[in-house]
Design a protein around this ligand. Structure first.
Ligand SMILES: NC(=O)c1ccc[n+]([C@@H]2O[C@H](COP(=O)([O-])OP(=O)(O)OC[C@H]3O[C@@H](n4cnc5c(N)ncnc54)[C@H](OP(=O)(O)O)[C@@H]3O)[C@@H](O)[C@H]2O)c1
Length: 214
């Protein structure tokens, strides 16, 4: 699958780019500037010892992709999404954004739409938004020989869109779980500040979440 990662120069997006490229997906790292994207892609290809990651300005990255991952800070979400709106028409957009409170990553400040993902869907009415990746630590992704120790809970209103996203979790060495409609993002996004708080209190780096009984 050809995957564009908007914010792929950053912590989470870069780690996802490495993992997905290593699993054989065609990855395009997106950035506000082409130069930053190309540099990040070149560094990632060196890490993978000959990967095929490309770098492009965000809009170009989206227009050439089958599937788009949005991995930017919540404060940058609206401007980023509006900049890719035309290119993302008809595509699956996977939102990883957690609306962490300014200055306190152990709290969220949910937007009026209910969640970050629902806000993206409101901004991109002609795309199919899926929420995912909220509970993966970026640093864990960089340890390429380690499995990711968390289930990846996803949600979305369009079943065929979720069916495109779920198999991607195999590339991360973990399991994806369909948690229902997009409004469940209100729950998924709220778990992240709890995990961050656990990491702080227990001096851990990679707490995660597993669903039992499935
Ligand atoms: N880090 C994690 O472990 C983690 C885990 C789960 C979920 N998340 C969520 O994933 C998202 C990305 O997190 P991150 O830690 O990877 O973020 P980050 O490294 O701070 O930023 C990611 C990228 O977003 C772009 N960006 C930054 N500030 C921007 C601005 N003001 N306007 C437009 N673009 C901007 C930058 O790309 P360019 O400058 O190249 O355009 C940057 O490389 C967040 O919403 C976060 O809540 C993160």
């Amino acid at each position: 699958m050809r995957i564009a990662i908007i914010g792929g120069t950053g912590n989470l997006g870069y780690g996802l780019a490495l993992r997905f490229a290593r699993a054989g997906h065609e990855v395009i790292i997106g950035s506000r500037t082409e130069e930053r994207a190309v540099n990040a892609a070149s560094e990632a290809n060196q890490t993978l010892d000959g990967g095929v990651i490309r770098g492009a300005e965000n809009g170009v990255a989206v227009s050439t992709a089958d599937l788009v991952i949005l991995s930017v800070p919540f404060s940058a979400q609206e401007s980023t999404v509006l900049a890719i709106r035309a290119a993302a028409r008809g595509k699956v957009v996977v939102d990883a954004t957690v609306p962490l409170a300014d200055g306190d990553p152990t709290r969220v400040e949910m937007p009026p739409e209910g969640s970050s993902a629902e806000r993206v869907q409101a901004l991109l009415p002609e795309s199919n938004v899926v929420a995912a990746f909220h509970h993966i630590g970026a640093k864990a992704l960089l340890k390429l020989d380690h499995a990711i120790e968390t289930d990846v809970m996803i949600c979305g209103d369009v079943q065929s869109a979720k069916q495109q996203v779920l198999p991607l979790m195999e590339a991360l060495g973990t399991r994806g779980i369909d948690c229902g409609p997009l409004r469940q993002a209100q729950t998924l996004e709220r778990i992240t500040p709890m995990l961050i708080g656990l990491n702080i209190r227990h001096k851990r780096r990679h707490t995660g979440v597993r669903i039992t009984g499935l």
